[in-house]
Design a protein around this ligand. Structure first.
Ligand SMILES: N[C@@H](CCC(=O)N[C@@H](CS)C(=O)NCC(=O)O)C(=O)O
Length: 205
């Protein structure tokens, strides 16, 4: 039995839900985080001391960190085709997963909080700085997509599982954006997938 704790409007929860959908896994989801609370309870903290979502319990194995959960599910269900045995090919994909967490997402979060989740909570100058950083970041993604159909390569893979919600968020933020034709084409292809249609259609909140 797979249980996922996390609210539907969380970018990090969306990664895990999209992964489960693509892998064809059934699961139970429990709303948690922000308005739903739960994450500060002693029971939740015993599972995830960070008090953030997502957390999973997979037949008794508790795991947190959305990208690690995604890797774990792909590796566990390797026969579904998302796990890559070849070390070099896997590293090529995994670099984009870490890039999402460490380079892209911090700036995305600044703009998102400042313009959508809590307008006024982030100084305009900070929002603008992060918005410009995202212009540079998305140029890297644009270059990746010049040579590859998906961020993971020729087939939709682990990097796409964790970047889908970020691309969706960036393209829907109420800010000025430069034209990124390949990212826009990528997003159009992404939104053809039932997993994205299921988990990326909520308005940003
Ligand atoms: N590195 C963590 C970050 C998790 C995280 O920051 N989650 C946010 C939602 S995207 C959160 O739990 N925020 C507090 C809350 O929802 O109560 C991961 O990727 O799982």
């Amino acid at each position: 039995m797979l249980t996922i704790w996390g609210r539907l409007n969380s970018l990090n929860v969306q990664k895990v839900l999209i992964a489960c959908h693509e892998l064809g896994l059934s699961f139970e989801r429990i709303d948690a985080g922000l308005a739903f609370g739960v994450v500060q309870s002693p029971e939740y903290k015993a599972m995830n001391p960070n008090s953030v979502v997502p957390t999973i319990n997979d037949d008794g194995f508790v795991l947190w960190e959305s990208n690690v959960i995604t890797r774990y599910l792909c590796a566990k269900h390797a026969h579904k085709g998302f796990w890559i045995e070849d070390v070099l090919r896997r590293a090529d994909v995994e670099r984009w997963m870490d890039w999402q967490q460490t380079s892209f997402n911090p700036h995305l979060t600044t703009v998102f909080w400042g313009t959508v989740r809590q307008p006024g909570a982030v100084a305009e100058a900070e929002i603008e700085k992060a918005r410009l950083r995202l212009e540079a970041m998305t140029l890297m993604l644009e270059a990746r997509l010049e040579k590859n159909r998906w961020i993971s390569g020729e087939t939709f893979g682990m990097a796409d599982l964790v970047l889908a919600s970020g691309v969706h968020r960036w393209l829907n933020l109420p800010v000025e954006r430069p034209s990124r034709p390949r990212i826009e084409a990528y997003y159009a292809a992404l939104m053809q997938r039932p997993s994205a249609q299921t988990y990326l259609t909520l308005p940003l909140t």
